[in-house]
Design a protein around this ligand. Sequence first.
Ligand code: PMV
Length: 368
Amino acid sequence: MLSEKDFIAKPLSPSIENGSFQWSAPSNIALVKYWGKKNKQIPANPSISFTLNNCKTITKLSFIKKNSSITIGATIEKFSFDLLFEGKPKEDFKPKIQKFFERIEKYCPYLIDYHFIIDTQNTFPHSSGIASSASGMAALSMNIMSLEKALNPEMNEDFFNQKASFLARLGSGSACRSVKGNVVVWGKHDEIVNSSDLFGVTFPSNIHPNFNNYQDTILLVDKGEKQVSSTVGHDLMHNHPFAEQRFAQAHQNLSCIKTVLETGNLDEFIKIVESEALTLHAMMMTSLPYFILMKPNTLEIINKIWKFRNETTIPVCFTLDAGANVHVLYPENVRDTVLQFITTELVGYCQNGNYICDSIGTGAIKNL
Ligand code: PMV
């Protein structure tokens, strides 16, 4: 079992002058939610997610060896990088990357030897209300690991992926679940072999065919900026009156969903997934300060899904992130009927009628 110390790279000489890599990494949708963290991005409870396939960040990392630290004014800039978003410089993304580099410096000391150009874009619209931090941090971490592997070619694939997930976690917690597919667990859980608070691991048992190519249609109810940043959100769980019960419940729900994923019991799947979504929002409604992140249309959609499910017995359900958009989850064999239902009954509740069709995917891919 790897510990934090195993991720500290031994000093590597910057034996490569320049080069570039490109990785794409997907977003993921949690079934059992991570909400609340301890120091250093350690989750307060374990979580499990479906890795997505179409909602991705594509990031090209170009690097060139520095001669010496670049001096700006009187300060020496330790990390030197330019950031491009969709081909154009994007200054407001830089502080987040700067902070990420500072956090991972201990594990990737070779970063200070290079100047980087980080050229990034998403396959989903920028202001869709879909957070790109998971896919973005995962794609960047994969690139950084490609550099580390170039400097240290002995590294094996398992370590590469575990350290990429470890680094991604330090960028944005849930990003550690975006390195691999199709189902990933993050956080120590008694019944999940090798599970760790430090990185995500692929769900270790066989997954029932009911979940093959499981569908996620994301209904874009509100495309605005997040009302509550995840940092603020996770903080709300400190001194939250229901925090301990919630963390215990997440452990239980993960045990239950483990069996569900193995046996293919879709009724149980629906119960756990919808309850988790509502619990996440309940935690926000019962914290101080309190928030309601659902919009009236979120509730309209939920009620329509329940009605449709009651009338048809088609196992379609919803989950939510920390926002108003609704993820509609359903098996592949009912895709046509559910899409028909979505386009006739649900699209009217989406901002400008926008929605994104996605499905469960296999994780990050190297493009270059
Ligand atoms: O990774 P963060 O810090 O953005 O937190 C993500 C939290 C949720 O999306 C609400 C739940 C989850 O497990 O992904």
